[in-house]
Design a protein. Structure first.
Length: 195
């Protein structure tokens, strides 16, 4: 059936509830699942850095990382938010694309200096001999960038544009509430699923 309520509004309400309860942990932590063209699936926790009801879910990473290489080969991805203290989870599926360089620059400049240096120092997902390699690279870039630290060309953001969003609310006796929203053009259809 067609939904009058935007699932992105529901997500915003749930997310903001958890933002206001810091004792419940990190509400922006989400599992990101990607896959290779051959179907090899991998998941990892990343942080939601921006959410917009119009445009979707934004996270940042090294463009040379395994997740980024998989996204370049297969732009389909899934996100999972799990908030155990309130018994809620949200599953999101859709296509992922890079955000603009300007957006990446803006976010990068807001990061602490050590995080900006870390983006330069880490060749994410590549084998290194020891942790000392990272320390040496941090020192090298600290000397190189005295003052303004520019965004590395290999680092930036991705935005997942949602096509399916499922809200799961824990219920007694495993009678959980599951609401599935599927994008249809500019609107959303809605289904209630059995737990």
């Amino acid at each position: 059936m067609e939904s009058d309520i935007s699932p992105l509004k529901i997500f915003s309400d749930w997310y903001n509830t958890h933002l206001s309860l810091p004792e419940f942990g990190e509400p922006s932590a989400m599992a990101l699942s990607t896959s290779s063209p051959g179907g090899e699936v991998s998941s990892r926790i990343v942080l939601l850095k921006e959410f917009c009801e119009k445009n979707g879910f934004v996270f940042y990473t090294n463009y040379d990382s395994r997740k980024a290489r998989q996204l370049e080969d297969n732009s389909r991805a899934a996100l999972l938010f799990w908030w155990p203290r309130t018994g809620r989870q949200v599953r999101v599926e859709g296509n992922v694309g890079r955000v603009s360089g300007e957006e990446s620059d803006r976010y990068f400049s807001s990061r602490p200096e050590e995080s900006r240096l870390g983006a330069w120092a880490s060749e994410q997902s590549r084998e290194i001999a020891s942790g000392k390699v990272l320390e040496e690279r941090i020192m090298r870039f600290r000397k190189e960038f005295r003052g303004i630290i520019p965004r590395p060309p290999h680092w930036g953001g991705y935005r997942l544009a949602p096509e399916r969003i499922e809200f799961w609310q824990e219920g007694e006796h495993r009678l959980h509430s599951r609401l599935l929203y599927i994008r249809e053009g500019e609107g959303w259809t809605f289904k209630r699923l059995a737990p």
